[in-house]
Ligand binder design. Sequence first.
Ligand SMILES: *Cc1c(COP(=O)(O)O)cnc(C)c1O
Length: 428
Amino acid sequence: MKQARQTCTTYMEAFSYKNGSLYAEDVSLEALAGRHGTPAYVYSRAAIEAGWRAYADAFSGRDTLVCYSVKANGNLAILDLLARLGSGFDIVSGGELERVLVAGGDPGKVVFSGVGKRADEIRRALEVGIRCFNVESEAELLRINGIAGDMSARAPVSIRVNPDIDPDTHPYIATGLKENKFGVDAGQALDLYRLAGGLDNIAATGIDCHIGSQITSIGPYIDAVNKLLSLLERLEQTGITLSHIDIGGGLGISYGDEQAPDIAGFAGTVSDLVPERYGIILEPGRSIVGNAGVLLTRVEYLKSNNTRRFAVVDASMNDLLRPSLYRARHDIIPVSERGDGAAVDYDVVGPVCETGDFLGLQRRLSLAPDDLLAVLSCGAYGFSMSSNYNSRPRAVELLVDGEHEHVIRERETVEQLMAGERILGARG
Ligand SMILES: *Cc1c(COP(=O)(O)O)cnc(C)c1O
């Protein structure tokens, strides 16, 4: 029987078996399912905090700002926990900015990424005083300058450079190749900094990149940092001096078989490369929360045909999209260990009407109806990518802290799903 220990090698053993029953810290998942129902996302406070501290500690000798990437998991309780540790935040929308503010995050530690920033989002970010706009095009730079001018403000910006590096990850989450929509190429970046120098309401403060996600080797980061550093050198030759280098997020985690890069080793390498006069900004998401959460689901039915056995569970692609979207593999383990004499291969599938709706294919499990399963490593891009497809209310989110449990997002109701909708009146 595969143990949950793999999920938490970088933190503590947040999810582990006690007397044959799976626990989140000191709370049994069986008991949680009984009290809150399924499907349920369950997070460990200790694991989240350990995930953030791994970065803060590894870079402690340097002027560093760790900006947690909100899109990995934007629950207010999680943002609050990280804000209390002193975290900054990497946002990609005005909605994420409002979340950070409500959770008590410091706007002065917010960096704003994304190719499509709207005028109202830029205005709001200037109003609250974010740390930096990570600018992805000339048109965006000019728009920010115009809005800052209207507000008699000066917008701090960095140019997002697309370093044309293959991070060897799934094509949908590789973002630093020249055919991707993100950032600008090195030559264009130099032009944009020159342009920025002549704009009254822009202050170029840094340079940034983000080359992709779930990257399991450090090589591509070294290449990216070196490219940014050579750009910084060329900029300095033309009299443009910046104060920070933002190397993005994207460090991978172990979902089972892969080896996650060691954060201390990563920090050492990056710190050696980047001269002391530059502050370092990081934007990790997945590597902070990914292994700090599981998706708890119950078996509704077992069925089989001539070729396959299916375990139909009550969670589906609307709760966890990654298997369907990226063919991502998440380990799936039983909440109650049983003698696995009867283990057979199941496709673990949800109720949604799509053949692509599966949580895992060909998993060796010993199952009976009503059994509980835990889908591991669901803390990042799990709930945040969930939808209401098939009019399925989104799952409850629970945070465990030692022996305490907190409902950090109530299970949605069908009424909430329909709340904004209107039928045409009798004369319609
Ligand atoms: C998504 C994203 C991140 C976080 O990536 P992870 O793989 O979760 O670490 C950081 N920066 C930017 C610009 C992003 O789009």
